[in-house]
Design a protein around this ligand. Structure first.
Ligand SMILES: Cc1cc2nc3c(=O)[nH]c(=O)nc-3n(C[C@H](O)[C@H](O)[C@H](O)COP(=O)(O)OP(=O)(O)OC[C@H]3O[C@@H](n4cnc5c(N)ncnc54)[C@H](O)[C@@H]3O)c2cc1C
Ligand code: FES
Ligand code: FES
Length: 1334
């Protein structure tokens, strides 16, 4: 056994007993207590754990730095390497690194959970390239996700590192970019004109980046490496042997000794298998250091690549070949370069090997299709030293992830031949998301011609995603030999391919029609590209135009403007309201110092609980056998319903959720019990050993199934106004239709987590929870334990994103942990893994809408009947309230005199769905906007006209009889039309679409009106506590939770105004139920409004008390007045309370006011779609939003952009897929795709409406958390607009159904054409689908 040595942040770590099963992430977080690297997904899909790994190569005297995902990096693989974590590059105690400073100051950190990972990716880029381009930055961030910011501020902050955009400081009076240009245009760097400001941060204040200040590679490690030779390493553990040979012979010896050895290089396949597929390999052999397997050579026939060569090294090597060798030789290298760019993210590419990809043989491998098409060969070496060269083809892959390698063979290298001038090769990939996603279908195609280019001599067409292995279409390839490259060949290939690549209706992976049509679309792209190369294309003889750009989207550099009202120059500096102040924790978040629940140090006797969850969607539990789990070393107990001392049923509206299920499970993911063990790993391992026998019952997954079986939660809810029958009678036209709006996973970067600590007296418990609703957690814990609420204290410092998903679900988790804590009298930590969180905590509700609409010739809508069906899941949770919001927002911005809107809430066997930003409004608004769109399409008039003619005016009443007052909708609309240059661009879109057949553009404008206030009247209250200490510092507490939305920053700003002091004197430490009781959830966009007023009232009470002391000492300071008051026995603490009585709606009588006021906004988006693949790109978005007098424009714009991108995910990208038996198939970032850096609009402009104070909320502001989300539907409708153009070219005009999200599949299949027609949808009910949508 070797002693494990590595360097972390310059410190030498020697560990003679290293746990060889541990990942670097858990080693850093638990052993070294470096919690800055976050546990976001543990599967390499989010980048929250990114660190930099540096190596020294003594042979070439070179140091290399790469970013890696610590969650997939086996700690043993770091022997004699140096790791740099977020803690190693800068800190608030010493100095921030410029990357940390810039992300913080440019408002690129909201909840902060993703921030350390993003900082480390950027930091690593700078270590390798001190003056990167924006393209470099976007590529480097492909493997990082953020759910809060919408990415724009991060990119703008990092832009300052580029040569083109950095502040050169060459101007005497500061920033070189802040000069006023002649046009007076703000977008060119002018900071303020006529009180409108465009700068949210000051780049000139940034510390210049000086690479010499970066942490150096440990000199001691250089000395060690220079003095020693590479050695065969062995780390032997209790269960596992970890081996690391350095020569090929040693690899073969290992194989000979341990025939079942598992080889690894990047561990990106093996790591996922071990973590999620329950695999265990007792002998692991890492081939990263084997010199022969790391070689890169050029020979006469092509290039030879060692099996362990990483994709990053391969990319650089092929780039060099492409730059140095003749073009004709490198055509397949170009295809490789394109494909590697779309392969995962940097952190994976930096470690993943070509050999690992080939041997895994995934049917959706991105490399195998090109290797096949390029006629690559591999060299296999046996333990006896025999070498054989094998072609990568249909013979090599023998089944799903199986190949023809012999049991004693190892893959040593890959050979890729050069191409010649008569040869063409291209690769294609279509995934759910362009960046960092596995393919749905990929392909590589190669054709070779005779010297006259008149006949095909060779043709290889390889497809991934169409079978259990990557497949060469041999029949089709043969059929084209000897033929000319013309229209008739194209048609024959399409017929032949459709047959050769056909899929049965229920084929694994689903999406069968789409996948089949992609094979033809890809071939068509290939055909056209080759045709253009051959320069033989005859436009007249073909029905296809050549002007189309058939290349995949590569986005341009981001452009943006943010406009907001400037604070008047005469305002006191001690009034922070209205200023774009950075999030008060942004420096802590950027340095990894910010503490989230799972970052808290473990207590001495703390245990971890892993949940034992149902694997069946609807079943009776026959038996539970946990004996094997209890027998595992380190396991303390199995907990279930029998251990609940109080009540096992909880729920905020209806108590119908079992803390631990007794008898009947009603969804997968429902907790039956919990295993408590010494640590996370042991508890999770043991939980998998619990055996449960089930008796299956009938399962309902989808809304349609629930409708068929009349399975509902409660009675339907109805909102109506006017006389609907009369309305239809008077209508000139009536239309009926249907649309589905899919669910959405919250995907907060921090999963649900809590620590429950028994205090040992009178049933007291202290709970640290990542919740948006501390009082709900308090109630749930007290109820389940059967103790009064005054024994339970819940504390929340910050939450790593909530979006509604931590409102009710956090209480359930804490209640479960509390039962264990009560039973064992030990602190219990319970942190869900990403897959557990996604598989059990519910989502935004999916909706189905059925409508009938009556309207006149000019587009005026007179009657609407709308039935909404939501998928509530297996319990009520917040489904009733969510439906109320849907019903009240189904009007959108339109005044329709006769309406009946009915909401049915379906009970199904999926985890109970819950609150999500917008709370049911986006779904019903989406349906209404679709109705407006259909009306316009039917009448053949512009949709803008239909919108304008029906739009609410001042003084109108909604269908729930609320008067619409102080409406700014028209102003937002007009300003957005003007700022986006809407009319002109609309013409350009028409022109573009006229010239292009296979790429289409769409442009769309959408208004929004969002009611602010809790529907449950009693929730519209808040409390605060202000304490002033004798040194003048202020500790502020209020009932709201900081989850990235900047609430604490805004509350500090309100307190600054009320107390007249700088925000530096004010601190918010946490939210806790023992400082402010009976808090309402931080939800419904109301937190600033309600808590802000409570803070204001508390501060005003203190201010009043200080008045006499100010009068006595008018020239004194705040500190003077405070100490004088103290000495005179004046109380320096005050509570503040606020109740909003405006929201008093009476549902039964349809009377009163449902909301305090409305937030308005308008968005315009332009998109381009690829009709052949369904891919799309948002070219530009403009938003104008009324936020009243913004409390903090940087935070408000951050909320607008973040909400917009989240809405963009909802309407275009994010999709859960369920097995027909109710198992969630999309349980992690690998399968569930939220928007990434490259999905945001290429141009993204946001402006806040000026001069619109709102007298209904604190400091004349407006709530902003939820309202902008719906504006992302402008992208959806722009896509629909583009599809309509494609359909029109195909001769299909008129109304068509497009469900949300408009994924690539939905877009492609809606663009009906000759490549989709061969694949009609199979009749539902005639086959079992691979997956269903809920
Ligand atoms: C977040 C994420 C994103 C991904 N994205 C993509 C993507 O976009 N496209 C794609 O194609 N793949 C993707 N993958 C899959 C994976 O990264 C690739 O297959 C990668 O190339 C595997 O290389 P590795 O070195 O990490 O393999 P490892 O996990 O180390 O090994 C994989 C398999 O190969 C075997 N093996 C490795 N080397 C040898 C050898 N020399 N001889 C014999 N057997 C050997 C191992 O025993 C193991 O069975 C992704 C994975 C993750 C986690
Ligand atoms: S935690 Fe490592 S990538 Fe998500
Ligand atoms: S700030 Fe990025 S996930 Fe919250």
């Amino acid at each position: 056994m070797d002693t494990f040595i590595f360097f972390c942040n310059g410190n030498k770590i020697i560990d003679p007993n290293v746990d060889n099963e541990e990942t670097l992430l858990s080693y850093l977080r638990t052993k070294l207590r470096l919690t800055g690297s976050k546990w976001g997904c543990a599967e390499g899909g989010c980048g929250a754990c990114t660190v930099m790994v540096s190596e020294y190569d003594p042979e070439h005297d070179e140091i290399s730095h790469v970013s890696v995902n610590a969650c997939l990096t086996p700690v043993c693989s770091l022997h004699l390497k140096a790791v740099t974590t977020i803690e190693g590059i800068g800190s608030t105690k010493t100095k921030l690194h410029p990357v940390q400073e810039r992300i913080a100051k440019s408002h690129g950190s909201q909840c902060g959970f993703c921030t350390p990972g993003i900082v480390m990716s950027m930091y690593t880029l700078l270590r390798n390239n001190q003056l990167p381009s924006m393209e470099d930055i976007e590529t480097t961030l492909q493997g990082n996700l953020c759910r809060c910011t919408g990415y724009r501020p991060i990119l703008e902050g990092f832009k300052t590192f580029t040569k083109k955009n950095g502040c050169c400081k060459e101007q005497a009076n500061g920033c070189c970019k802040s000069t006023v240009n002649s046009t007076g245009d703000l977008s060119e760097g002018n900071s303020s004109i006529n009180g409108i400001c465009s700068r949210l941060f000051e780049p000139e204040s940034f510390t210049p980046y000086d690479a010499t200040m970066d942490i150096i590679f440990p000199p001691e490690l250089i000395m060690i490496l220079k003095a020693s030779k590479p050695q065969f390493l062995q780390f032997i553990g209790k269960r596992l042997k970890w081996l690391q040979p350095v020569t090929l012979q040693q690899v073969l010896d290992v194989k000979a000794e341990y025939p079942d050895v598992k080889f690894t290089v990047g561990n990106t396949e093996v790591g996922v298998e071990v973590k999620f597929k329950n695999s265990f390999y007792p002998i692991i052999c890492s081939c990263t250091q084997v010199s022969e397997m790391n070689r890169l050579d050029v020979d006469a026939a092509g290039v030879r690549i060692g099996a362990s060569v990483t994709l990053t090294r391969l990319y650089k090597f092929l780039q060099v070949q492409q730059q140095t060798l003749p073009v004709e030789k490198c055509k397949s290298f170009v295809a490789f370069l394109e494909m590697i760019h779309w392969f995962a993210g940097d952190q994976i590419r930096n470690v993943a090997s070509i050999g690992g990809n080939i041997v895994t043989g995934s049917p959706i491998s991105d490399l195998v299709p090109i290797l096949m098409a390029a006629r690559a060969t591999i060299e296999l070496v046996s333990t006896k030293g025999n070498r054989r060269i094998v072609k990568i083809d249909n013979e090599f892959y023998t089944g799903y992830r199986q190949n023809a390698m012999r049991a004693d063979e190892v893959l040593s290298s890959v050979h890729i031949p050069f191409t010649n001038e008569n040869e063409f090769i291209y690769a294609y990939k279509q995934a759910h998301r362009r960046d960092d996603d596995i393919a749905i279908v990929n392909a590589a195609m190669r054709v070779r011609f005779d010297s006259s280019h008149s006949k095909v001599t060779e043709c290889s067409l390889a497809f991934g995603g169409m079978a259990a292995t990557t497949k060469l279409a041999l029949k089709t390839g043969k059929a084209v030999i000897g033929r000319a490259w013309n229209q008739s060949l194209l048609e024959d290939v399409c017929t032949c391919l459709a047959d050769e690549m056909s899929l049965p209706p229920g084929a694994p992976g689903g999406m069968v029609e789409y996948r089949q049509s992609l094979t033809l679309s890809f071939f068509f792209k290939f055909y056209m590209t080759v045709k253009n190369h051959l320069a033989q294309f005859d436009c007249k003889s073909s029905k296809h135009s050549t002007t189309d750009n058939l290349v995949a989207f590569h986005r341009g550099e981001i452009m943006s403007t943010q406009l907001f009202q400037e604070v008047p120059s005469n305002r006191s500096p001690n009034d922070a309201v209205g200023r774009p102040i950075a999030h008060t924790s942004s420096f802590q978040q950027a340095t990894g110092e910010a503490v989230y629940v799972d970052d808290m140090r473990s207590l001495q006797d703390e245990l971890f609980m892993a949940l034992v969850c149902s694997q069946h969607a609807h079943a009776n539990i026959i038996s539970v056998d946990f004996s094997k789990a209890l027998a595992l070393d380190g396991v303390h107990a199995y907990i279930d319903h029998k251990d609940v001392p109080g009540n096992n049923l909880i729920g905020v509206i209806v108590r119908d959720e079992e803390v631990f299920t007794k008898k009947e499970v009603t969804c997968c993911g429902q907790a039956i019990g919990g295993i408590v063990a010494k640590d996370r790993k042991t508890a999770q391992r043991a939980a998998k050993l619990v055996k449960i026998e089930y008796e299956d019952l009938e399962t309902i997954v989808t809304i349609q199934q629930a409708i068929n079986r009349q399975s509902y939660l409660g009675e339907p809810k109805i909102f109506q106004n006017g006389d609907i029958e009369e309305g239809f009678r008077k209508s000139e036209h009536i239309l009926e239709g249907e649309m589905r709006v899919g669910e959405q996973e919250h995907f907060y970067l921090e999963t649900n987590s809590c620590i429950v600590i028994p205090k040992g007296e009178k049933g007291e418990m202290e709970v640290y929870s990542a919740t948006q609703s501390p009082s709900d957690v308090q109630h749930d814990v007290s109820r389940v334990l059967g103790v009064p609420s005054n024994r339970v204290v819940v504390k929340v410092k910050r939450v790593g994103g909530g979006f509604g998903g931590k409102e009710t679900k956090a209480g359930l988790l804490a209640a479960r942990a509390a039962v264990a804590s009560h039973k064992l009298n030990r602190p219990i930590r319970c942190v869900l893994d990403r897959d557990e969180d996604m598989g059990s905590t519910g989502t935004r509700h999916a909706y189905l809408g059925r409508y009938k609409v009556g309207f006149s010739n000019d587009g005026r809508i007179s009657a609407l009947k709308l039935n909404l069906y939501s998928n509530g899941g297996n319990s009520v949770d917040l489904t009733f309230s969510v439906m109320f919001k849907s019903l009240s927002h189904a009007d959108c911005c339109y005044n329709i005199p006769n309406r009946k809107i009915t909401g049915y809430m379906c009970r199904t066997n999926i985890p109970s769905n819950t609150a999500f930003r917008g709370f049911g409004a986006p779904q019903s608004m989406m349906l209404m906007e679709n109705i407006v769109n259909d009306v316009a399409t039917f009448l053949k008039i512009s949709h803008e006209k239909v919108r304008e003619i029906n739009m609410y005016e001042e003084g109108d009443y909604t269908h729930y009889m609320q008067k619409v007052e102080n409406i700014t909708l028209r102003r937002c609309w007009d300003e957005c039309v003007q700022k986006s240059n809407y009319e002109h661009r609309k013409q350009k879109v028409v022109e573009f679409n006229r010239l292009n057949r296979w790429k289409k553009r769409g442009l769309y404008i959408i208004p929004t009106k969002f009611g602010i206030g809790f529907e449950a009247r009693f929730l519209n209250q808040a409390g605060a506590l202000v304490m002033v200490y004798t040194d003048g510092s202020v500790l502020l507490t209020h009932g709201g939770v900081e989850m990235g939305q900047g609430l604490h920053t805004k509350m500090t700003q309100v307190a600054s105004r009320e107390l007249g002091i700088s925000i530096d004197k004010i601190h918010i430490s946490e939210t806790s139920t023992n400082t402010v009781p009976n808090t309402s959830p931080s939800a419904a966009s109301t937190s600033s409004d309600l808590n802000g007023m409570a803070v204001r009232n508390a501060c005003r009470a203190i201010r009043e008390r200080l008045v006499p002391f100010k009068k006595d000492n008018p020239k004194g300071t705040w500190e003077d007045w405070v100490i004088s008051a103290y000495k005179k026995g004046v109380s320096l603490s005050s509570t503040g309370y606020y109740e909003n009585t405006k929201a008093n709606y009476d549902f039964g009588n349809n009377k009163g006011q449902a909301y305090y006021y409305y937030t308005y906004g308008v968005g315009v988006s332009e998109v381009e779609i690829d009709c052949l693949t369904g891919d799309h790109q948002v070219l530009r978005t403009d938003i104008v939003m009324d936020v009243g007098d913004s409390l903090n424009p940087a935070i408000d714009i951050g909320q607008i952009e973040g909400a917009f991108i989240q809405g963009y995910g909802l309407f275009t990208l994010e999709e859960h897929r369920w097995s027909p038996s109710g198992r969630l198939l999309t349980k992690g970032p690998g399968f569930y795709k939220i928007p990434g850096f490259s999905d945001i609009p290429v141009e993204f402009n946001v402006s806040l409406l000026a001069g619109v104070p709102n007298d209904s909320a604190v400091c004349s502001s407006k709530a902003i958390g939820e309202p902008p989300l719906f504006l992302a539907s402008s992208v959806f409708y722009a896509i629909k607009d583009a599809i309509a153009s494609a359909r029109s070219d195909a001769g299909v005009d008129g109304i068509f159904r497009l469900d949300s999200p408009a994924t690539a599949e939905v877009i492609r299949m809606a663009c009906v054409d000759e490549f989709t027609k061969p694949f009609p949808e199979s009749e539902p009910g005639t086959f079992t689908p691979f997956f269903v949508r809920s």
